[in-house]
Design a protein around this ligand. Structure first.
Ligand SMILES: [Fe+2]
Length: 395
């Protein structure tokens, strides 16, 4: 087991009907809230309207910045930083999915620390800036997927350079997450499915890539994956099953909070590959992840047969005693599940041709190739050729 530091300072406030309490729950946080939400008309508008109504009822002053797009852009976030300062806000409320909450976290920290949000993300060739603090952040998640409502992460896209990158900062961990399962019950079916696959991807990243062992982390991960599979089945039958929605939201939070990897942190190779896909082609993160997972699991099964076999046996019912053989059964089992819940995608099925694969692999190596030989961290270090092989198999 590795040494670690872990802290989850986010207060989780869970309840059916919590959306109506946003004003009451946040009124003592500051003088004026900067409310961040989606740009697209119709996207979760009733949730935003209800949150604003609740703020008004509690007498909370606010400025609404309804400008965030999926795969949030550096230009939009920097414009938000400018507005936050102009409007003299002193705390931030993000009402939306991972894109909105991530963007809000960058706005609150960049407005406090100065510069552009892009100065702070990880890019191999330069030393990134470090945040010195952030205005208090409150998250009201409308999608259970990214876990951004209770972690230090955040992914943003630079459309001038077609790069998507991230950083972590403890200052950006939301002070409170206000969770209302009724909000999730209104999500379209395909978003619920993509989100559940994203939660699954978070749970398997460190499980399959860490060099250390931590049985408690393994057991928590396995339990959360089984919960995701079981609860997704329930909400696909009954989208209004609020208990199942609530359980999915907890998997989203704890599945990407560091708790799932406690004592055996690894790396996030599936996300490294996917980020450049959605950074170039603006597909949803959940779909991108769903199309990278099967070829990744197939291609790298020999890298860590012990880990692949453990997951295959404990979660997917594989009984094969030989690790090498059991490892190879994981990808087919996951594909079987993806097909059953309508989340099996390929590059072709989302309208992207394989002709871009070399450019994507070059970008992934350029941005994340931190290891000797310009390799990217993963279950074993990934070369450009490895990444090309995964992407070619995804076509
Ligand atoms: Fe993700």
């Amino acid at each position: 087991m590795m040494n670690f530091e872990w802290n989850l300072p986010t207060k989780l406030n869970y309840g059916v009907g919590n959306l109506e309490k946003v004003g009451e729950l946040t009124k003592n946080t500051g003088k004026k809230a900067f409310v961040v939400s989606y740009a697209e008309p119709g996207k979760g508008v009733w949730v935003v309207e209800q949150a604003l109504k609740s703020l008004e009822k509690a007498g909370v002053a606010y400025y609404l910045y309804d400008a965030i797009e999926p795969n949030p852009r550096v230009t939009t976030i920097d414009a938000g930083v400018k507005k936050f300062i102009e409007e003299e806000c002193d705390f931030l409320i993000g009402v939306g999915g991972g894109s909105v909450i991530d963007a809000g976290k960058y706005i609150a920290a960049t407005a406090f620390s100065g510069g552009s949000c892009w100065d702070y993300v990880i890019l191999k060739e330069r030393k990134e800036k470090v945040y010195t603090g952030a205005y208090p952040i409150i998250a009201v998640p409308t999608v259970a997927a990214s876990g951004s409502e209770a972690n230090a992460g955040g992914v943003i896209t630079n459309w001038e350079t077609n790069e998507k990158s991230f950083c972590r900062s403890e200052y950006r961990i939301p002070r409170m997450a206000i969770i209302d399962p009724k909000v999730f019950a209104s999500l379209p079916r395909h978003i619920t499915i993509d989100s559940s696959v994203d939660i699954f991807s978070h749970l398997i990243e460190h499980y399959l890539s860490s060099a250390s062992e931590s049985e408690i982390a393994d057991r928590m991960t396995e339990g959360m994956i089984l919960t995701v599979m079981e609860m997704l089945d329930k909400v696909l039958v009954n989208p209004e099953d609020l208990d199942a929605r609530g359980q999915l939201s907890l998997c989203s939070i704890f599945g990407w909070s560091g708790l799932q990897a406690i004592g055996r942190t690894g790396s996030i190779p599936i996300h490294f590959i996917e980020h450049q896909l959605s950074g170039h082609f603006d597909i949803s993160h959940g779909k991108g992840i769903a199309l990278v997972i099967p070829p990744y699991l197939e291609y790298f099964a020999e890298a860590r047969p012990d880990r692949w076999a453990k997951l295959a046996r404990r979660v997917f019912g594989v009984v094969e005693p030989d690790d090498n053989k059991a490892a190879k059964l994981l990808a087919p089992k996951v594909i079987e599940w993806f097909k059953r819940v309508d989340s099996y995608h390929t590059l072709t099925s989302v309208g992207i041709g394989g002709e871009h694969n070399e450019m994507l692999a070059d970008d992934i190596i350029r941005m994340y190739g931190t290891l000797e030989g310009n390799k990217v961290p993963g279950s074993r270090p990934m070369s450009k050729e490895d990444i090309m092989n995964v992407l070619n198999a995804a076509v």
